[in-house]
Design a binder for this molecule. Sequence first.
Ligand code: TRH
Length: 416
Amino acid sequence: MQPLPALPASLRRWDIFCKVVDHFGDAGVAWRLARQLTREHDLEVTLWIDQPAALAAMVPGLDSNRTMQRLAGVTVRWRDTCGAGTAPAAVVIDTFGGGLPDDYVHAMAASRSPSQWFVLEYLSAEAWIETAHGRPSPHPSLGLERTFWFPGFTAATGGLLREHDLLLRRDAFLGDADAQAMFWETLHLGPPEPSGRRVSLFCYPHAPIAMLLDQWARGAQRVDCLVPAGTAAAAIHAWLDGARWAPGTPVHRGQLTLHAIPFLTQDRYDALLWACDLNFVRGEDSFVRAQWAGKPLVWQAYPQRESAHEVKLAAFVDRYLRLPGGASDQASYQTTPLRAGLSGSKPAPQHDAPAAIRGLWQAWNDVDGASSVGEAWERWRRFEPAIAAHARSWTHSLIGVPELGAGLVMAVRSKV
Ligand code: TRH
């Protein structure tokens, strides 16, 4: 992708606001966007975040006790220090509707050259976001115009964050046995055995973890499962039943070896996703990064009230499997290669790769009527080669989706 021409100096100062709801994704996405806008579009970005501690493990060198610091070209500041004296930036991004400080909004309203205000929404594969994406919406009382920016998987959405060199770095890593061996060594593992399977596990505590680990332990194939620190700690601890478990001290049960690994920086977590044969991911950002890794994945959606997350799960699985009616954007996908890779042109029978993918994702998300995760795993395993080929094709199909950072820059330019 050709680099975009630089924005005029008057539009180069951007403020990104992040209010951490919980977990890591709000902070993770906001940081990734800030870093990318700085690196690839030569912008002066300040990330105003209320809980910098959420970033600490992901971002090398971040000191969550400092109210202001500069990392990777980004100025990171405590959101609470944004007061009446803060001059609004040319472009303001409110991530996930966390809102802007009142004084800041009033300063925007009083400014002779009002900022461009974007609200970055959560990622969804649902078709309706195509009609909502990019729509202006005036602030109810101040009359300031906000633009709602919906990440998504089609050309009619804000697309996905993807650093310009991400796939090149991934392929270089996957083509370099020494780099992979060194990476595994840092996690106290040797090179993978050809007959084995390496799986990363990043999930919420309510996933059916014990049942999956037991299935792997009694399975036909060796499994090395790598669990980043803090992942479903209580559930894992219960399964360990008192066994000592720490980085470098894995626990062996039958065919399964469970490895404790540190919570990695975002870049090293990418390498884990690239290096593993299968990735269990969750929420939003790890979900996207696992898709860029081009390996099979199992996604646990962030739990929402009234099972709204199940709607998001079904919308993505339909799109991922490209079942008829899964989206209004069929034309924008090369449907033939992917469907042929999974189930050919004949209608999907009940037991084939698409059904195996849907079955394991539904079992992992405890969807009503889903089979047990043990049964679903055994079915998935039988179609693993086709599923792995599809994962690669899916990643390839995503290259045609807008890149989110560049899309924002182009939108800013188009408004002047
Ligand atoms: O941590 P999450 O569950 O965050 C969630 C989701 O973003 C969800 O959409 C949102 O509504 C909720 O927060 C409030 O999952 P997610 O999105 O994958 O974010 C995890 C971040 O942590 C991501 O940026 C990847 C990063 N990460 C590392 O940097 N190193 C690691 O070792 C791991 C496991 C993750």
